[in-house]
Unconditional design. Structure first.
Length: 300
């Protein structure tokens, strides 16, 4: 054991910190599954294993992945001064992130997708709505993780910053949803995108997932240009919002160009909106996320 530690350059103290972080992370990830069942007013075990509700499984998977993303933001910081403070810090960030993910689902339901009842649709095995729900949770988590990496310390200002970053993420999700609704209506004789989700259009849900996740990635680019300071917190967070809007528009423009090149000769409205082509929608999602990842990497 000592030889392995010497070879890897790790010390016993660091290994203890890693053990603390991974233990708390696994406990919280396990808790997320059961919390998802409570919030949906179902038994998660029955819904997943006995009822074989794929939509619920996708929704839970999104929540678990979202929490994992948030926890990487907590783990990536410097180790605390003591084991106890590490436990407190990791647990605090993790529980707070879990709460924000669940609150984000409520915001997404009531503000972004306010024309459908996601809980009812997921219970009814609507896979499209399950995908949309998972994407919203993951998008929220991506922004929360960026804020966790941006701030430092463990005080009231830290949690204010995280909460404000959460609000920015929800504002961007609502904005993107409204823009995509307008675009969908213009291309489909004023039909409603939300009604299409309720009707189970999986291809459209996959495309939307790519759009909201790429938007979240675009918003995180602001963290590379702004310096965290409790004294200028609100100014910086307004800058996050404005920068996020600019980056979202830039990602949208570049994604449109990339789609026309990668999917040249394919009518995207006809294939995805009307023929529900999951394959084409998956390529669209991959292009959206890829462009956002490349752009944010360049900004870093």
């Amino acid at each position: 054991m000592n030889t392995m530690i010497e070879l890897t350059g790790l010390n016993q103290e660091l290994l203890v910190f890693l053990a603390i972080d991974i233990t708390i992370a696994i406990i919280l990830l396990g808790a997320m599954r059961f919390i998802s069942g409570v919030s949906a007013k179902v038994n998660s075990t029955d819904e997943l294993a006995k009822e074989d509700n794929f939509a619920f499984g996708i929704s839970v998977a999104g929540s678990v992945a979202a929490l994992g993303i948030v926890l990487t933001g907590a783990i990536s910081g410097e180790s605390a001064d003591s084991y106890l403070m590490e436990m407190i810090g990791m647990a605090s960030y993790g529980v707070f992130g879990l709460i924000l993910i669940k609150i984000g689902r409520i915001f997404h339901d009531r503000l972004a997708l306010n024309q459908i009842d996601k809980t009812t649709e997921i219970k009814a095995r609507n896979i499209a709505v399950g995908i949309v729900d998972a994407a919203g949770a993951i998008a929220t988590a991506i922004v929360i993780r960026a804020v966790l990496l941006w701030v430092y310390g463990l005080d009231i200002n830290t949690f204010i910053a995280i909460s404000a970053g959460f609000i920015v993420s929800q504002a961007m999700l609502v904005l993107v949803t409204r823009l995509k609704e307008h675009q969908y209506a213009a291309n489909n004789a004023n039909n409603s995108m939300q009604n299409a989700f309720a009707q189970g259009q999986v291809a459209l849900a996959i495309r939307y997932a790519g759009q909201v996740i790429s938007t979240a990635l675009a918003v995180t680019a602001a963290s590379h240009f702004l310096t965290y300071s409790p004294d200028t917190l609100m100014v910086n967070l307004m800058a996050w919002l404005l920068f996020g809007i600019v980056m979202t528009l830039l990602v949208a423009i570049l994604t449109t160009i990339a789609k026309r090149l990668v999917l040249m000769g394919i009518n995207l409205v006809e294939e995805v909106d009307q023929q529900h082509n999951i394959g084409v929608a998956s390529v669209e999602m991959a292009i959206s996320i890829s462009i956002a990842l490349i752009l944010t990497a360049l900004m870093a």
